[in-house]
Each structure stands twice: as structure tokens, then as C-alpha cells.
Write a protein that binds this ligand. Structure first.
Ligand SMILES: Cc1cc2nc3c(=O)[nH]c(=O)nc-3n(C[C@H](O)[C@H](O)[C@H](O)COP(=O)(O)OP(=O)(O)OC[C@H]3O[C@@H](n4cnc5c(N)ncnc54)[C@H](O)[C@@H]3O)c2cc1C
Length: 597
């Protein structure tokens, strides 16, 4: 599989303090023929087997979701990431991300696939021993057995390590006997294999087990009545003296929380891919509708208010795609580097993703919020039909909402983003202190108003550089001032996380557009430049607002005044006519009758 290796890879989180050359990022324009074909296969499968029966799936027609999953398995779609020796296709990380994006347009079907191939299968793939892999992976790859992941409990959601489910070794030492209750378990209604997290005796940390439904002692509540993704099975699962053979302990005792966290790291970036797939589908519907719906004698897509919405949908989806695959390639490169260094592949995948856990959390938040925004505007473009279950937007709107809740809520992921950055800095893995100190010095100096650099992208790069300074200034001062109290000043942490998200996505966007221009020329990329410049104009305002809120929360007097003036300087952008830029973007979408970037 051809993927382009980056030349000077940054470590995870280093984007804040280091620059990246556009040549060093992967962009979707580089997908190989084979990768495009896999994505097309996923898309065709949805068009033929899923979308036409969405109502029946959402009505939970008995056995239907399992049948569609079986059909997907026949095409190999459940085994893309599983090694060939276990009956899978052993595709690389990026290809897995692309197929997740393509299937992501499949609403509740996509959620069932993700629960099976992701959180249900990956714990065995990455932490199973040879015997466990040989027993389970071939059946999971073919879909003969379906999998689910049982972490959440009624009293243990975001605080997942606080679960009460217990495992006790039987007197003959042959079984763990599991008792407890799990909640919100996707695929549980039809799963054969349950990855169950429980504490052995009075352990502090969770352990993980592979539980087969046929072991006995596993019962289910009826299906939950959910707001959206109604076609996916979600139930409470009860373990009553469920006897699990000792050889079904995954990895080692008390390693379960680590397994849960590492699997969620993979799940988070994959969730962003799925959200992107859903978002592009919604935009396609939005543009088609805006073109054909006539009011006041004109298609509604000719009106500025609707063009603004379509363009904004496109800018956000394009930005999301750009940052997503930049991070994915970074992960792929890290994995390959670790394998070359002698690490086993499964371990390398986990470590590679862990190295970019900051970016994965950023993408989880950004991807899910982009999808929600795009779905909301999709409903609005459809007007009354947006509210009708006979048109696609009503389902899209309801189904989108879950993404901000599962795989760690967006609040938890924002907290994690900042926490991981600070921890890495404290461990000396990223030098945040040096650059932050330099900026503090810059605040006291007279700004350099030297002659402007008129080279293409000079201005955009300057903005990104300044946005980084704004984020570093606020984060550095907050850490210095509040020290360990920062974690209890969550509003400030949220502000910092929002700044980091804007910086990461904005820089990714700038690099992709620069790369595109280097290949196709400025004229051919005029709309991409429109997207970039519109993003930067809005981003400056967002970063300023988040920074100001934070500074006013922890600084006073002269210190506050100096920092606010620095923030103003770092978020200053030249006036830009975003209205006309959005009109140009929307006009292209209308002409193509789809999302076309
Ligand atoms: C449809 C669906 C499918 C799911 N599938 C699965 C599955 O397959 N397997 C599985 O194990 N789980 C699954 N979940 C569970 C999901 O991961 C949890 O719902 C999620 O982690 C949040 O936990 P909670 O619902 O208990 O919310 P809580 O943890 O109670 O959170 C409630 C609110 O408080 C906030 N909050 C919590 N703690 C903090 C804090 N320290 N600081 C600031 N804010 C905080 C949260 O962000 C949220 O806004 C699923 C959930 C749903 C709804």
C-alpha cells in the first residue's frame, strides 16, 4: 500500500511548538488506487445494502442488523485490520481510517460496525495471546461471531475505572466468576463475544476478560429507547456468576484500564473519520436540496443566507478531513518506525497511536462537533422537510448527537488534551517551557512592524505562528499561575483546549492548501485559498475569545493588561471579505451538486 512517509516527523503534541513543512503532511489527494477502491466498495455497500433499509434497521427488525453485518463480512469489510493469518486483509492504519470514513455515512449500521471491528475486536488483536487470537479473530473477521465492549456501568461512565463489576477466582483456580452490571453496550443484543472489564478481588485497577455469551450467566435488558442510532443494539448486560476460563484473561491482571484507554485512543480518531463520512453525506443532501427547492421563484441555494451555510459546511468538513489524515499519517509513520526498531506490530500500533493521543482527542472533539454543526445546518437548509422523518436530515440530526458523548465525552477529551500536553512537557518530552518563556519576553518588547512579506502563504503562516503564541502564552501562564489547581479550573482548561484545536486544525489546513497550490498552482486552488482564509479569519476571533475568557479568569491588573494586549496582537488578522469567499465556495458546490472538495 503506498503511503508517503513524512521526512521530519514531529512527536505527538509538538505541533504547538514546532513548524511542519507542507511536504511532510499526507493529504487525501495522495490516496492510492487501491485505497480509493476500498472506499468505493464501502460506499457502494451502503448504497445497495444499508440506505434502502435504514427505516427497517431503525425499527429494529429482528435479525436484520446481523444479516447486514454478515453481508459486509462477506465483502471483507469486518476484517480489514485483522492480520491475514487470522483471515483478515491486514490493511494499514490509513486504509483503516479511510474505510471507517466511508462506512461512517451508514448511521446506526456504521456504529454497529465500529463497535464490532473497533472496541470489540481490537482488545483481542492488540492484547490477546496467540491462542486467544487464533480462537477469536478468524470468527470475528468473518462476522460468524459479533463482538461488543463492556466498560460502562450505571455508576461508572466517564470515571470508567470506578466500576463495581467483580471477578473472583474459583476455588479450583480454573475460572474467574464475574458478577456485575454493564450499561449502554453497543451490539450486546446479538454479540457472541463480550470484552468485559472487571476488578479481580479488591484490585485498584480493572482487568479485561474475553467472555463468550455461551459461558452462561450473561443476561440482557431490553433494548434502550434512544434519541438516535436506533438501529444499533444498545442494552444493559448482567453477569451473574458468569464462569470465565482463566485463559480468557486478556493481557495481565490489572492491565484492563490501560487496555481500555489505549483502545479508546484508537476509537477516538476513528470516530472522527466516521463523523467525517457522515458529514460529507449530509452536505451532499444539503446541496442537492438547495439546488432543487424553489422559493420566491429561485432555488434556495441562490440566496446568500443558504450559501453561507453550505460554504461553512464545506470548510469545516475539508478542515476536518485535512487534520484527520495528517494525524493518521503521523500515527502510521510512528508505527512503521517502531516496527523497524524491532517492536512487534500489535505493540507498535498501540504505541504509535498513544504517541498521538493528543491529536486523537483533538480530532474526536473536532470531528463530532463539526458533524453536529453540519447536521444542524442541514436540517435548516431543508426547512420543514428537515423536521420530517421522510427526508434524510431528521435521522442525520438525531444520529449525529451521540458522537459528542461516547468514546469519552467531549468535556473529558478536552480535559485530556490539555492534561496530556502538560504531562508531556513535565516529562521533558515536549519543550513547552522554552517557547512559552520566549513569548513572555516578547510581550514586554516593542512589536516588530518590519516590512510585510508578500510571498504567497507568508501572511497565513504568520497567523498560524501567532495563534500558536496565543495558545502557548495562555497555557503557559495558566500552568505557572495555577499550578496543580489548574485541573480544578476546568473552564480555563476548556478555553485552552479550544485554542489548541483551532491551532492544530488551522495549521493542517494551511499546509494542505499550500501543498495543493504547489502541485496545481494558485489559480486552480482559488477556492481552497478561500476556505483557508475564511477559516483563519473566524479562527482568530475564536482564539481571541477563548484566550480572553481564560486570561480574565486567572490574571489581574498589569499582568492581565499585558496579556490581553499580547493576545490582541497574536490574533490580529487583516480584513478579509468572507462573504464573497463563501459565495464562491457555495457556487462551486451548487454547480457540482455535491460536496466537491
Ligand atoms: C448509544 C450509546 C452507546 C454506547 N456504547 C458503549 C459501549 O459499547 N461500551 C461501553 O462501555 N460504553 C458505551 N457507551 C457509554 C458511553 O461511553 C458513556 O455514556 C460515556 O462515557 C459517558 O458516561 P456517562 O453516560 O456515565 O456520563 P457521565 O460520566 O455521568 O457524564 C455526564 C456529564 O458530566 C460530564 N463529566 C463527567 N465527569 C466529568 C469531569 N470529571 N469533569 C467535567 N465534566 C465531567 C460529562 O462530560 C457529561 O457531560 C455508550 C453510550 C451510549 C449513549
Amino acid at each position: 500500500m503506498s503511503t508517503v512517509a513524512t521526512k521530519t516527523p514531529l512527536k505527538g503534541g509538538e505541533f504547538l511548538v514546532k513548524e511542519t513543512a507542507y511536504e511532510d503532511i499526507f493529504t487525501p489527494e495522495q490516496w492510492s488506487e487501491e485505497q480509493r477502491m476500498i472506499a468505493q466498495t464501502c460506499h457502494d455497500f451502503l448504497a445497495q445494502e444499508v440506505w434502502p433499509i435504514m427505516d427497517r434497521l431503525d425499527n429494529k427488525e429482528e435479525g436484520l442488523m446481523e444479516k447486514v453485518l454478515d453481508k459486509a463480512a462477506e465483502l471483507g469489510l469486518l476484517g480489514l485490520n485483522i492480520p491475514e493469518q487470522y483471515g483478515g486483509f491486514e490493511k494499514d492504519f490509513l486504509t483503516g481510517m479511510l474505510s471507517t470514513e466511508a462506512i461512517g455515512a451508514g448511521n446506526s449500521f456504521a456504529v454497529s460496525v465500529a463497535a464490532h471491528t473497533g472496541i470489540g475486536t481490537l482488545p483481542i488483536l492488540y492484547y490477546g495471546n496467540d491462542a486467544q487470537k487464533a480462537k477469536y479473530l478468524p470468527k470475528l473477521a468473518t462476522g460468524e461471531w459479533k463482538a461488543c465492549y463492556c466498560l460502562t456501568e450505571p455508576g461508572a461512565g466517564s470515571d470508567a475505572n470506578s466500576g463495581k463489576t467483580k471477578a473472583v477466582l474459583s476455588s479450583d483456580g480454573k475460572h474467574y466468576v464475574i458478577n456485575g452490571q454493564k450499561m449502554w453496550i453497543t451490539n450486546s443484543g446479538f454479540a457472541h463475544v463480550f470484552i468485559v472489564f472487571a476488578k479481580i478481588d479488591d484490585d485498584k485497577n480493572l482487568s479485561a476478560f474475553i467472555v463468550e455469551k455461551d459461558f452462561g450467566g450473561v443476561t440482557l435488558n431490553p433494548e434502550e429507547h434512544k434519541m438516535g442510532i436506533k438501529g444499533s443494539s444498545t442494552r444493559q448486560v448482567f453477569f451473574n456468576d458468569c464462569k470465565v476460563p482463566v485463559e480468557n484473561l486478556l493481557s495481565t491482571r490489572e492491565n484492563g484500564f490501560k487496555i481500555a484507554v489505549n483502545i479508546l485512543n484508537v476509537g477516538r480518531i476513528k470516530l472522527a473519520a466516521a463523523a467525517l463520512g457522515g458529514a460529507k453525506q449530509i452536505i451532499n443532501h444539503s446541496v442537492e436540496y438547495a439546488n432543487q427547492r424553489v422559493q420566491f421563484n429561485h432555488p434556495i441555494g441562490t440566496y446568500g443566507a443558504i450559501q453561507h451555510k453550505m460554504a461553512e459546511q464545506a470548510i469545516l468538513a475539508f478542515a476536518c478531513e485535512t487534520a484527520l489524515y495528517r494525524a493518521s499519517q503521523n500515527i502510521e509513520d510512528a508505527i512503521n518506525g517502531l516496527i523497524e526498531g524491532g517492536m512487534a506490530k500489535d505493540q507498535a500500533i498501540l504505541k504509535g497511536v498513544e504517541q498521538f493521543a493528543v491529536e486523537a482527542a483533538i480530532m474526536k472533539v473536532f470531528g463530532s462537533e463539526v458533524l453536529d454543526f453540519i447536521a444542524d445546518e442541514g436540517v435548516q437548509i431543508y426547512g420543514g422537510m428537515g423536521y420530517s422523518a421522510d427526508a434524510p436530515m431528521e435521522r442525520a440530526y438525531r444520529d449525529s448527537r451521540i458522537n459528542r458523548i461516547f468514546e469519552g465525552t467531549n468535556e473529558i477529551n478536552r480535559l485530556l488534551t490539555v492534561d496530556m500536553m502538560i504531562r508531556r512537557a513535565m516529562k521533558g518530552e515536549i519543550d513547552l517551557l522554552g517557547p512559552a518563556t520566549k513569548i513572555a519576553g516578547e510581550l514586554m518588547s516593542i512589536p516588530d512592524f518590519g516590512s510585510p512579506d508578500t510571498a504567497l502563504f507568508a501572511t497565513e503562516k504568520k497567523y498560524i505562528k501567532n495563534f500558536k503564541k496565543a495558545a502557548l502564552m495562555v497555557a503557559g501562564s495558566a500552568v505557572q499561575k495555577l499550578m496543580t489547581n489548574l485541573s480544578s479550573e476546568q473552564e480555563i482548561v476548556m478555553n485552552i483546549a479550544d485554542m489548541l484545536i483551532d491551532v492544530y486544525v488551522g495549521e493542517s489546513l494551511q499546509l494542505r492548501v499550500e501543498k495543493l497550490v504547489s502541485v496545481k498552482g494558485e489559480e486552480a486552488c482559488a477556492l481552497h485559498l478561500d476556505m483557508l482564509r475564511t477559516w483563519l479569519a473566524d479562527s482568530a476571533e475564536r482564539i481571541h475569545k477563548a484566550g480572553k475568557d481564560a486570561i480574565c479568569s486567572f490574571a489581574e491588573g498589569d499582568e492581565q493588561r499585558i496579556m490581553l494586549s499580547g493576545l490582541k496582537r497574536f490574533t490580529k488578522t487583516d480584513p478579509y471579505n468572507t462573504k464573497n469567499a463563501r459565495r464562491r465556495i457555495a457556487a462551486k458546490m451548487s454547480a457540482e451538486n455535491k460536496y466537491c472538495f
